[in-house]
Write a protein that binds this ligand. Structure first.
Ligand SMILES: NC(=O)c1ccc[n+]([C@@H]2O[C@H](COP(=O)([O-])OP(=O)(O)OC[C@H]3O[C@@H](n4cnc5c(N)ncnc54)[C@H](OP(=O)(O)O)[C@@H]3O)[C@@H](O)[C@H]2O)c1
Length: 301
């Protein structure tokens, strides 16, 4: 059955607001609603979007009530809220929602050492298992993994470019390339899942725009903004420092741990579940996207 009625959770967020934009532009014209916490009541949404408010702890009865009007529920909730997803899935089953798209949108494989250090990361994989366990109810699901968000990785220091000090920390072999995806591609992929509901059912789909290395990015940054300080670090001691920081209960080391995993992700394009073609995603190049990101950062400064 076509997925005509969409309910989006986290539609005010970095990714959610873009998913909303592409839902409204979709040629299949789904009826689009947003489920938003009461504490975020001031958020302005585009016209044509109905807003369903919910208590901040997402009570099950309110979820079921909201989900009864939906064929598909998309969760673009923040990491801080992703543990609520077991309730979202139970409510999907009760309300007879056809498709659930969980808040994945990141790494595909999570190594055991990372899960041991921060069990929070396991939530995304637990949710995959939970969804598989609910397939017999008729609920279908699609997970989208994009490794890293390209723009955010450059802007927020995740790729180790520290803008305030104009300093780059190059980790191990700085020419190693990893998959990166722009936010708009992730959002388009999410909407395409709804338009192509059959071939995307009960699958983890891997997407990426291009492969990129720290050296690729640094070269472009320096072309545009002049010389940067560069510190070179061996991977193992740099990662061990971060693990130690996290073991002591701090959070500053967490991005280093996830960047270390993301940069080891490999190519993806040869993997069976690589889905750029299936989802008919636009072709983007590193050259064009880095130009766009750096120009936009300069305009904001
Ligand atoms: N691969 C990457 O590099 C990368 C980078 C960043 C994020 N991600 C992933 O992308 C997904 C969405 O992330 P995002 O950055 O778009 O999320 P975000 O902007 O931080 O938050 C999305 C929405 O979640 C809702 N929310 C519910 N509980 C919340 C809480 N306790 N704190 C804050 N917001 C809460 C809010 O919507 P309402 O206010 O409307 O309720 C918020 O607008 C997550 O799965 C995240 O792990 C991936």
């Amino acid at each position: 059955m076509p997925l005509n009625r969409v309910l989006l959770i986290g539609g005010s967020g970095n990714l959610g607001s873009l998913i909303l934009k592409y839902l409204l532009a979709s040629p299949s014209h789904p009826t689009t609603s947003v489920l938003s916490r009461r504490s975020a009541a001031d958020t302005q949404y585009p016209s044509g979007v109905s807003v369903v408010e919910i208590d901040d702890d997402y009570p099950s009865a309110q979820l079921v009530g909201a989900f009864r009007e939906a064929d598909v529920v998309i969760s673009a909730i923040s990491m801080a809220g992703m543990h609520h997803q077991h309730k979202f899935i139970d409510a999907c089953v009760e309300a007879k929602v056809q498709r659930y798209i969980p808040t994945e949108f990141g790494l595909d494989d999570l190594p055991q050492w990372l899960l041991n250090l921060r069990p929070m990361f396991k939530t995304k994989h637990d949710i995959r298992d939970y969804l598989a366990s609910k397939e017999h109810t008729g609920l279908t699901w699609t997970s989208i993994c994009c490794n890293v968000f390209f723009e955010m990785g450059i802007e927020n220091g995740f790729f180790q470019f520290h803008w305030n000090e104009k300093k780059a920390i190059l980790i191990g072999d700085e020419t190693i390339r990893w998959p990166a995806t722009t936010l708009s591609t992730v959002a388009i992929a999410t909407v395409k899942v709804i338009e192509k509901e059959e071939p995307t059912a009960n699958k983890i789909l891997l997407i990426r725009d291009f492969l990129v290395s720290q050296k690729d990015i640094l070269d472009e940054i320096q072309n545009r903004t002049g010389k940067w300080d560069v510190e070179k670090r061996e991977l193992d001691p740099w990662l061990e420092e971060a693990k130690e920081n996290v073991k002591q209960g701090h959070n500053e080391g967490l991005p280093r741990l996830t960047f270390a995993v993301a940069r080891a992700a490999g190519d993806w394009s040869k993997k069976e579940n690589f889905a750029n073609s299936l989802l008919e995603l636009p072709r983007k190049t590193f050259d064009e996207e880095i130009e766009r990101v750096l120009r936009s950062m300069q305009e904001k400064r």
